[in-house]
Write a protein that binds this ligand. Structure first.
Ligand SMILES: N[C@@H](CCC(=O)N[C@@H](CS)C(=O)NCC(=O)O)C(=O)O
Length: 226
């Protein structure tokens, strides 16, 4: 009998991609919530000794770290309900966009952690450029998802944009993803959230907002100790 464990954290966007992939594949798993800030488990420290971060998928006792690596592992191990296209060029395109957003995560963080002033103006400009690139080059008007008619790994990796942008922008106090400026991103986010597995496995918005607000205060506090 297969044993699948996921070491994760409820509010982590990296963790959520893995939950969605396992659920879309119909793979039963045991979720183990990690206390990342006070008390990481021995199992986490042993399973991801390099980064000591979640998510970690443990399949029949063997750990796999890094969410996008885990997603590829899931796709290879449980090929049913494919989440990558068959065509090599389409697969390469899916991976291009996955790499694109992974590389831009520090830009999103800079925007999220910014406080009003010159630095924030630059962070807004940089993050807007990322959103504009996704709008103009990543999403196509005639396609429901990144790869076409069906949800795939690229959508799962971009998924945090569909549910985390609003609380994040509210906390920063700057609205960027206006419907009129990013119509494709909005349509994609609605399509994404209307997939039943996604809808049923979104984090609670109040809990998420409280967490990211606390996280921002904590990170800014430690960056600028008083
Ligand atoms: N690149 C990693 C990022 C994972 C990550 O940043 N995890 C955070 C939670 S959102 C974590 O475990 N933080 C604990 C720490 O930094 O000690 C991935 O895609 O899995």
């Amino acid at each position: 009998m297969e044993q699948v464990k996921l070491l994760g954290n409820y509010t982590s966007p990296f963790n959520r991609r893995v939950i969605w992939a396992l659920k879309l594949k119909g793979v039963p798993f045991e979720f183990m919530q990690e206390d990342l800030y006070n008390n990481k488990s021995e199992l986490l420290l042993k399973s991801n000794p390099v980064y000591k971060k979640i998510p970690v998928l443990i399949h029949n006792g063997k750990p796999i770290s890094e969410s996008t690596v885990i997603l590829e592992y899931i796709e290879e191990t449980w090929p049913e309900n494919p989440l990558l296209p068959l065509d090599p060029h389409e697969r390469a395109t899916a991976r291009f966009w996955i790499k694109f957003i992974e590389d831009k995560i520090p830009i999103m963080f800079a925007f999220f952690l910014s406080i009003p002033g010159e630095e924030q103006d630059k962070a807004i400009k940089d993050w807007l450029e990322v959103l504009r690139t996704i709008e103009e080059h990543g999403l196509k008007e005639d396609k429901k998802f990144f790869g076409g008619a069906n949800i795939g790994l690229t959508d799962l990796v971009f998924g945090f944009l569909a549910y985390q942008s609003e609380p994040m922008e509210e906390i920063v106090g700057v609205k960027l993803m206006e419907t009129h400026s990013f119509p494709r991103l909005h349509t994609w986010a609605e399509n994404f959230k209307s997939v039943s597995v996604i809808k049923e496995n979104l984090p609670d918005q109040d809990r998420l907002k409280a967490h990211i607000k606390w996280r921002k205060e904590m990170l800014i506090g430690s960056a600028h100790p008083r």
